[in-house]
Write a protein that binds this ligand. Structure first.
Ligand SMILES: Nc1nc2c(ncn2[C@@H]2O[C@H](COP(=O)(O)OP(=O)(O)OP(=O)(O)O)[C@@H](O)[C@H]2O)c(=O)[nH]1
Length: 317
């Protein structure tokens, strides 16, 4: 057995900011060093999309359909304990839902049964640069983003391709004001210097009193809604609809087929930016879109979506 404690790295950050993109890089980095790793993933919906970013040979536990911070604190402790018992590990990465408060995640990881097994190495928070700059979210979500930054050891200001230089400078200043102790990095596709984690990071977060959390942040009840898609989709129509939909959609991800080209695509939509990424043929996935938003009305959403893709109860002719 591994005699030293297993390192725990918590990835935090709002929906679609670039956590899974970062996770992939961190896994590659650890693999190069031949370290033994596992991943614990928490997604809001009951269908996992992000798990596709974890290589098949990396032990993975998923906590679906709930947020660590609201309903799954106990569950996280159980999953962590199982991981430590089932595998001889050097490091565990936890990717929390975009709605999670990092201190809640930390709380769950510092269960008495785990303290002698785990050492919290770092909390890394990923920020969508443009989203932080524009501050267009509801007050409750703005506060969540603030807290995600405030309790981080490393903050990635990501998606810098979507903001100009002066915008980036002002985001940097504002992040620095929110958390003067964190290491702040500007990144494109979450490309951070992973070697930063190799040394002894400042343990500012672990020293923080987890009871210190300001409790005025009410638990967010973002809804998720998974809709199976039995038609191929016209990508332009899909984009146009997402731009004008009356629903407060914060994030969409899923696997779809496109009308104009064969194959399965991983669709990602966050903060107004859609992307389509071809999925390897060997991966067997069902076509589905997972929507995350505030006060989502599933029936209305399905109706709007049907105008884009056709009758959802009928297959393509
Ligand atoms: N343009 C641009 N897109 C990026 C960048 N980083 C990540 N993305 C894309 O943004 C989308 C969301 O990235 P993810 O890594 O899945 O984000 P996430 O934080 O894990 O999302 P959730 O799990 O929903 O919270 C994907 O399509 C990424 O390829 C970036 O720096 N620039």
């Amino acid at each position: 057995m591994n005699a030293s404690k297993i390192e725990l790295v918590i990835l935090s950050g709002f929906l679609g900011s670039g956590k899974s993109t970062l996770l992939k890089k961190l896994i590659e980095h650890e693999k190069k060093k031949e370290r033994s790793i596992a991943v614990l993933m928490n997604e809001l919906g009951h269908i996992s999309i992000d798990s596709a970013s974890v290589p098949a040979n990396v032990p993975l536990k998923e906590m679906l359909n709930g947020c660590i911070c609201c309903t799954m604190q106990g569950e996280l402790g159980v999953q962590l304990k199982e991981l430590t018992e089932e595998h001889d590990l050097d490091v565990i990465f936890i990717e929390a839902t975009g709605a999670a408060h990092p201190l809640d995640v930390l709380d769950a990881c510092t269960h008495p049964l785990l303290v002698d097994k785990l050492e919290i190495k770092a909390v890394i928070t990923v920020v969508n640069a443009k989203q932080w700059y524009e501050q267009k979210l509801s007050n409750m979500l703005k506060k969540l983003l603030q807290h995600q930054v405030k309790f981080a050891d490393i903050v990635l200001i990501n998606k810098i391709d979507q903001i100009n230089e002066s915008g980036l400078m002002s985001v940097r200043d504002s992040i620095k004001k929110t958390n003067g102790q964190a290491k702040i990095l500007s990144t494109h596709y979450s490309e951070m210097d992973c070697a930063l984690l190799d040394g002894g990071l400042s343990e500012q977060l672990t020293q923080k009193n987890t009871k210190d959390k300001e409790t005025d942040i009410e638990h967010l009840h973002l809804q998720t809604c998974a809709i199976p898609i039995n038609h191929s989709i016209d990508r332009i129509k899909l984009n146009e609809w997402l731009e004008k939909s009356n629903q407060s959609i914060l994030r969409v991800k899923g696997f779809i087929q496109l009308a104009e080209t064969p194959g399965i695509y991983l669709f990602n939509y966050s903060y107004g930016h859609p992307t389509f990424e071809r999925v390897k043929q060997s991966v067997n996935v069902e076509s589905v879109l997972v929507f995350i938003g505030e006060n989502l009305d599933k029936k209305a959403l399905e109706k709007e979506l049907e105008e884009v893709v056709g009758d959802l109860s009928m297959k393509n002719q």
